[in-house]
Design a protein around this ligand. Structure first.
Ligand code: NAG
Ligand code: NAG
Ligand code: NAG
Length: 841
């Protein structure tokens, strides 16, 4: 043991210099990502688990990687479960144990590659003749700026000589000498050709790494590794005699390579905030499949990497994430089904084409902040390609829109390096330019115009840089969480919807230290036999509607939303005071039906008093445990005496949502709900924290006049006796039935009771198909005879849900907790007294 510590120490000291983990070899080893409580030594945990310590995971505090020789089990999870089990069986007294320091653990596995968000359209370039005046103005500007790049004239997105104004409006920014100096954009993609004559002068090796091949330079190595280089050219192609120029042609450009092979969460997490003090902006033109069927969020580890970056990156001003909205519009895809684009930490950028038209591919969603130019109407973005002196005329899709935004943000950072990640979003909201295209444009309370298709409009480089010059920096972020609103009602089919409301009071916002809104997120659980039929709207107190979710014709997933978080940027600047109404619809009248289980609203925005505002703690696996856990902090529930109301609204919700409602008990039969007047759902009362209940069981059970603890013992003993009798009876019955049975394979669940079949089972565990089955049986047996919880029972089925919530650790645990009784409590952003904001456990 002592020597392993020694070796670990040695390993750590030798790793300390490098800020990347040693390469992984999944063929020979297993890797475990673990979050430890602060002050815990990863070496101690490594020794305890018998695994080797590999190093810290990127910049995420207290997250470490461990490795062990490859085997089928999950060493860490098994150890954690074993400790729980032994404690439950009282083999071990409940005293501190080294493994208690584990807050999150995840065995790493290689996951499918993300999709690059480019599209290749057949091109008919030079559709319209250039306008003479515009051509001479362009020539004049190029002369002034000494731009001699051969394809500059084709870069219509920089200066459009065919349709005046349909460009980034950027040349006057350059003429002021603002060209991205001292700003660094990191292209998170399939590599960057640092040998390209167009990129090599701006290439920033220190901010770059190859997470696919685990070498320093993220060079394109595969035949289709062209995407990253093209994106890089849009941002930072130099002013020279090669191809064209980038939006920020004097900025630094770095790259991390992750799209050229399967990687694990730990690599993606380390990549997405790589060198977060050197890289300012991360440009991500990829995401989960845009097939109109996928609903996928990053693992908690990746989310924590992004939060770490926005909280500590860029000297605490926050790294800036830019994500391409996605190319699935033609198959009804919506960027709120993508956990990267719907993160509050990313700027989601959609596309318009050179005619300001909506291109068929660009997805819409309430998380989309802005759009900018890309392919469509017979042209695309002209940029640098892989090769010493190579250009392309065919860079398109939302992939090409994102980097243009990243480049414009580099200009903003040169102008005002002190802006925070939230200032970048505010500046975008305040300066984006709406344009004359039919869409669902709606005026917001601060006089901006928002469309789910185009966000706040198109980016205007000149306007955002001008605004940045005098922009008053926003105060730190605050937040207010609603309680879980337990609804448990069927969703009517057709145009009507199931509506429920949560009222936010001025007092609650003050207590949360929240002055005005930026992002709104809604986490919800919906059960449904066809996910694509559901849609969700959120109406703010000011009457602004966010279409959080829209129906998707190809999404046949048999299941609804499981703790999925939708996001909206349509409420920037609202106060948030008043009733927030959620309307869930089942738009298709068919055999597929469902019900709304619960939802939780989170309002994020600018704080009132910065002196008391703290940073959001890294989310933990237990953040949503208040789902069903009874709180013992009544102080939080008093602030929210407002019940949620549910009812039906017609397709014109404003007719109904504000009307008075009749009081109804919560147990209204759900089958009739669709035809009833709106009902009020009162959150279940919080048991007093101080009052000791007389009985630990409901009243029909006698208390024997003894203490609660003794009652537990009496009923526990009775329960065990009953359980034993039942088990014995079951055993005898099954043994008998087994003897009578013809086909021994019919009900394998009980095979382990029979020695002969046990051997058979052991053999089949080696087969890929039956491996899970073996585990499942063990789980069931344990459950039946050792009083185990249903955690393992549930995990047998969770593969079915993978599509929806891949790598969602909380899931098993939370479901296991269901049925413990439930209560709602107000989780405002402000900690008691101090006004410090943190989600409560
Ligand atoms: C473009 O930039 C010019 C300054 O060069 C500015 O006057 C104008 O308002 C900007 N926006 C548009 C849409 O032209
Ligand atoms: C460039 O940025 C670094 C930090 O990113 C800062 O320390 C330095 O002062 C900046 N230089 C200029 C000229 O703005
Ligand atoms: C919110 O809705 C409830 C119930 O419909 C109503 O009593 C209350 O007055 C509303 N609050 C506001 C601010 O409109």
């Amino acid at each position: 043991m002592r020597s392993s510590i020694f070796w670990n120490l040695l390993a750590v000291t030798s790793l300390a210099a490098a800020n990347v983990l040693p390469p992984r070899n999944y063929a020979t080893h297993d890797y475990y990502a673990i979050h430890l409580s602060p002050s815990t030594s990863p070496l101690e945990i490594a020794t305890h688990l018998g695994v080797a310590y590999e190093g810290k995971i990127g910049a995420i505090p207290d997250h470490y990687l461990f490795k062990a020789p490859k085997q089928d089990v999950d060493l860490v999870e098994d150890a954690v479960q074993e400790l729980k089990r032994r404690r439950r069986k009282r083999d071990v007294a409940v005293e501190p144990h080294p493994l208690d320091a584990i807050r999150y653990n995840k065995k790493q596995k290689l996951k499918p590659r993300m999709w690059k968000r480019s599209v290749l359209d057949p091109l008919v370039t030079k559709a319209g003749p250039p306008i003479g005046d515009a051509v001479s103005i362009q020539r004049e500007i190029a002369n002034q700026l000494q731009i001699e790049d051969p394809i500059f004239n084709d870069q219509w997105h920089l200066f459009n000589t065919q349709i005046l104004g349909n460009d980034l409006n950027i040349t006057d920014v350059w003429l002021q000498g603002i060209t991205g100096k001292n700003a660094t954009v990191c292209i998170v993609d399939d590599g960057l050709d640092m040998e390209s004559e167009d990129l090599k002068n701006n290439y920033f090796a220190q901010g770059s790494y190859d997470f696919n091949d685990h070498v320093d330079q993220p060079k394109p190595r595969l035949a289709d590794d062209r995407h990253g280089t093209r994106c890089a050219g849009e941002v930072a192609a130099g002013r020279n005699n090669v191809c064209g120029v980038g939006v920020a042609y004097d900025s630094r450009i770095s790259a991390v390579r992750i799209l050229s092979g399967e990687i694990s969460d730990v690599d993606e997490a380390a990549a997405i905030n790589y060198e977060l003090q050197l890289n300012d902006i991360y440009s991500c033109s990829w995401g989960p499949p845009d097939d109109g069927r996928t609903m996928q969020a990053p693992d908690a580890l990746i989310e924590k990497a992004m939060i770490t970056a926005v909280q500590t990156g860029r000297g605490g001003k926050g790294s800036i994430y830019v994500f391409a909205a996605g190319n699935g519009a033609a198959s009804d895809d919506n960027c709120n089904f993508d956990g990267y684009t719907n993160s509050i930490y990313s700027v989601t950028v959609g596309a318009i084409d050179r005619n300001n038209l909506h291109p068929y591919y660009s997805e819409q969603c309430s998380a989309q902040l802005v759009v900018t130019y890309s392919s469509g109407s017979s042209d695309a973005i002209h940029t640098t390609d892989v090769g010493v002196n190579k250009c392309t005329v065919q860079h398109g899709g939302t992939s090409a829109a994102g980097p243009l935004a990243a480049g414009i943000y580099a200009l903003v950072l040169e102008t005002r390096p002190e802006v925070t990640w939230r200032d970048i979003q505010w500046l975008t909201v305040m300066t984006a330019v709406p344009f004359d295209q039919p869409s669902d444009w709606a005026k917001t309370t601060i006089g901006r115009t928002y469309s789910h298709q185009f966000g706040y409009g198109k980016l205007d480089a000149w306007a955002i840089v001008e605004a940045a010059k005098t922009w008053k920096l926003v105060k730190p972020q605050a937040w207010l969480y609603s309680p879980w609103m337990h609804i448990k009602k069927d969703i009517p089919q057709g145009d009507t919807g199931l509506a429920s409301t949560f009222e936010v009071t001025k007092e609650a916002l003050e207590k949360a230290n929240l002055e005005r809104l930026e992002h709104v997120t809604l986490t919800m659980n919906v059960q449904h036999t066809r996910r694509g039929d559901i849609s969700v709207e959120l109406i703010s107190p000011s009457g602004i509607t966010s279409h959080l979710s829209t129906a998707r014709r190809d999404d046949d997933f048999r299941g609804g939303y499981n703790d999925w978080t939708f996001m909206s940027v349509a409420h920037f600047g609202e106060t948030g005071i008043g009733n927030w109404t959620v309307i869930v619809k089942d738009t298709k009248v068919n055999e597929h039906t469902g019900s709304l289980t619960d939802w939780k609203l989170r309002l994020w925005g600018e704080c009132i008093d910065p002196s008391i505002q703290t940073l959001r703690p890294l989310p933990s696996e237990h953040d949503d445990d208040d789902h069903d856990v009874i709180t013992t902090a009544p102080a939080h529930t008093t602030a929210i005496s407002i019940p949620s109301t549910t009812g039906i609204v017609s397709s014109n919700p404003t007719d109904h949502i504000d009307r008075p409602v009749n009081q109804k008990p919560t147990d209204t039969p759900s089958s009739t709900a669709a035809f009833e007047p709106p009902v009020t759902v009162v959150p279940e009362p919080t048991p007093s924290a101080t009052g000791t209940p007389e009985s630990f069981l409901p009243s029909p059970f006698p208390t024997f006049g003894v203490s609660k603890r003794t009652q537990v013992w009496i009923y526990g003993a009775l329960g065990l006796i009953l359980l034993f009798c039942a088990s014995l009876a079951t055993y005898l019955y099954l043994a008998r039935r087994k003897r009578l049975r013809n086909s021994p394979r019919d009900d394998y669940e009980f095979e382990m009771l029979d020695d002969q079949d046990d051997d058979e089972a052991r053999q089949s565990v080696n087969g890929a198909a039956s491996g899970r089955r073996g585990k499942r049986r063990a789980g069931e047996l344990y459950d039946a005879f050792a009083g185990e919880s249903d955690e393992e029972l549930f995990s047998e089925d969770d593969a079915e849900y993978r599509d929806e919530i891949p790598e969602h650790e909380e899931f098993d645990e939370k479901l296991a907790l269901r049925g413990d009784g439930s209560v709602s409590d107000l989780d405002s952003g402000s900690g008691s007294g101090s006004g410090a904001s943190r989600p409560r456990r």
